[in-house]
Design a binder for this molecule. Structure first.
Ligand SMILES: [Fe+2]
Ligand SMILES: [Fe+2]
Length: 175
């Protein structure tokens, strides 16, 4: 459970940090989207712990990602389910969309805030902070990356900035 929240807090902080480099993105909104993006997974795990764990093993043995096998068992991916939950809990449509689309394979440029949360989740998984429950990393969707307009030369310093902020935030989260 701790690793779930470490992943979630890291994603929120990453989204907030990326937002400072992307015009027209509300940092607070993408922070909330990042923090809650995997909430559907937490609910699946709490309501159906045995089924969810066997699904996790199954997806790993098939070499698939969780979101590729979830619809068959739950009717939704954890991303879609999380987006629906956010609506039920009266979060704004925009926040619900950030959660809903965090595993999409975008064929065209997504809205900037959706791209920020998507890329943040990808980055946090790539860096390996906390656990997303997945065993592997899908290819970064370039339509989402390009819409941010962040030069690749800046990426290393942004990752360092994110790293520092995550260490601080995770410490306070458990203090
Ligand atoms: Fe996810
Ligand atoms: Fe995630």
């Amino acid at each position: 459970m701790q690793s779930f929240w470490r992943h979630s807090v890291a994603c929120g902080i990453t989204a907030k940090t990326l937002a400072t480099h992307v015009k027209g993105v509300v940092a607070e909104r993408v922070f909330i989207g990042g923090l809650l993006h995997d909430i559907g997974r937490l609910i699946f795990l709490n309501i159906y712990p045995d089924e969810f764990n066997s699904l996790l093993n199954k997806s790993q043995s098939l070499g698939l990602f969780l979101y590729q096998v979830e619809p068959k068992y739950f009717g939704y991916t954890h991303a879609q389910f999380g987006g629906l939950l956010a609506k039920t809990w009266n979060f704004s449509d925009r926040i619900s969309q950030l959660i809903h689309h965090h595993h999409d394979n975008f064929k065209t440029a997504p809205p900037k805030e959706v791209a920020v949360v998507y890329v943040s989740n990808w980055l946090v998984n790539a860096i390996g902070i906390g656990s997303s429950g997945e065993n592997g990393l899908p290819r970064l969707n370039m339509n989402a990356w390009k819409v941010l307009g962040i030069p690749e030369s800046l990426l290393q310093s942004i990752v360092k900035q994110i790293d520092r902020q995550i260490v601080e935030a995770v410490r306070f989260f458990y203090e």
